[in-house]
Design a protein around this ligand. Structure first.
Ligand code: UDP
Length: 235
């Protein structure tokens, strides 16, 4: 359907990220794609270009996993929050400095404190809340801090644009758009129970517990699957 997704397994996708952090010669972008982002790419060609040029695109939503399955490809669903967490743990072990940008001030402060407590050796060299007007100031501060991993939680598509525009500015690093992950790490928002995660129903849990999401998620998921099925039939 015009978008390339790394239909890999979780561990291989992690290895790819570790490799980019180790040998980084430029800014690498990770997009964790879901059906809402696919819908956005359909109406916004600049956003589509960002996804096309991203070095890693992992299937975050269950909708994407089903789409790949319908095309005969078995891929692990890779929730961005788990992917980013594993990379944080790896950075702590391998002494790689990290930076985090996004979410409200109290949310990022709590998330940073919790992460430092939970992950031994984590070296957070810079963090900033996600409510700023001047991107250049944040890029400049990131440049000074010189992290190898930058997590960006501004919601989509804002975070993908922020990362893409950093590509020619920041020193080599891996940058990941992590959506609402800081809200979870801060303890402000509860993650869906394991059973929902296993059944691929995390979206249902989030829609029910955060009804404001319903408007966003509900049309995107069935519409996306309908398009996937239709696309298959047309071929
Ligand atoms: N956010 C931000 N700046 C903005 C808009 C959003 O920092 O200008 C933050 C917001 O506080 C939240 C995250 O971005 O922590 C967006 O989370 P959302 O749940 O919308 O992301 P999703 O996981 O659905 O992409």
């Amino acid at each position: 359907m015009g978008i390339n997704i790394d239909g890999d397994n979780f561990l291989r996708s992690l290895d790819k990220a570790f490799g980019y952090i180790n040998n980084s010669d430029k800014v690498y972008q990770v997009v964790t794609i879901n059906p809402e982002m696919y819908a956005q790419a359909e109406i916004d060609s600049n956003f589509k270009k960002i996804i096309d040029e991203a070095e890693i695109v992992v299937p975050d939503g269950i909708g994407i996993k089903i789409a790949l399955k319908l095309k005969g490809q078995n891929a692990d669903r890779i929730p961005g929050i788990d992917y980013a967490r594993r990379i944080l743990e790896w950075c702590a072990k391998n002494n790689k400095p990290i930076a985090i940008v996004g979410s409200k001030e109290e949310v990022i402060t709590k998330a940073v404190n919790n992460l430092k407590k939970e992950i031994e050796g984590l070296n957070i060299v810079y963090y900033h809340n996600g409510y700023f007007d001047n991107n250049d100031k944040i890029y400049e501060e990131l440049k000074q801090a010189n992290p190898r991993l930058v997590l960006v939680a501004l919601g989509s598509p804002k975070q993908e644009y922020f990362i893409y525009n950093a590509k020619n500015i920041l020193p080599p690093c891996l940058m990941i758009g992590i959506g609402g992950s800081l809200d979870v790490w801060s303890g402000e928002v509860k993650r869906a129970p394991q059973i929902y995660q296993k059944l691929g129903l995390e979206w249902l849990y989030r829609t029910v517990t955060q009804p404001e999401r319903f408007k966003r998620i509900f049309p995107a998921l069935p519409l996306f699957l309908w398009k996937v099925i239709k696309y298959k039939e047309d071929k």
